[in-house]
Design a protein around this ligand. Structure first.
Ligand code: ATP
Ligand code: MG
Length: 147
């Protein structure tokens, strides 16, 4: 789909957030600055994380945790973990276990990690082209029902 503005990305985030259920996995792919964290924030808002609570990039913490109206939301960024230690490092973070306990996972740079995150993504988002300006070409696939 073609996105023409930040507002349209926010709307996509709302659509995704409203459809998510406990234990779901959202994977976000795309280059640096594509809008993965921006979309993750919109998903968090749709799940009820209040505007007063910052939803920032988990670049350094790797995982940020939020309470939502659908239970725990974990927002992770695997960029720094890519490579031979990926499996070990994801294991340390316990994301698969948390998912199996019902946490919703929204994970940036997850292309190599779905199996390590407990199986296929419920929603897979790929930012294919970025720009000019706020335009984005995005592929979204929902594994459950029609969007
Ligand atoms: N349509 C759009 N959708 C999302 N973000 C947009 C859009 N237009 C402009 N932006 C801007 O692009 C930037 C995206 O940054 P963001 O941190 O979300 O990228 P990212 O994909 O998470 O990068 P990284 O790989 O470094 O984590 C933000 O500054 C955002 O305001
Ligand atoms: Mg990011």
């Amino acid at each position: 789909m073609r996105i023409r503005s930040r507002r349209e990305t926010l709307e996509l985030g709302r659509t995704i957030g409203e459809r998510l259920e406990r234990g779901d996995l959202v994977t976000l792919e795309g280059d640096l600055g594509a809008g993965k964290t921006f979309l993750a924030r919109a998903i968090a808002r749709a799940l009820g994380v209040p505007e007063a609570e910052p939803v920032a990039s988990p670049t350094f913490a790797l995982v940020h945790e939020y309470e939502t109206k659908k239970g725990v939301l974990l927002h992770a960024d695997l960029h720094r973990l890519r490579g031979p230690k990926l499996e070990l490092e994801i294991g340390k973070l316990g994301l698969r276990e948390r998912r199996s306990e019902g946490a919703i996972l929204v994970v940036e740079w997850a292309e190599d990690a779905q199996a390590l995150l407990g199986g296929a993504a419920t929603v897979a988002v790929r930012f294919v082209t970025i720009g000019p300006g706020s335009e984005r070409e995005i592929e979204v696939s929902f594994s459950k029902g029609a969007p």
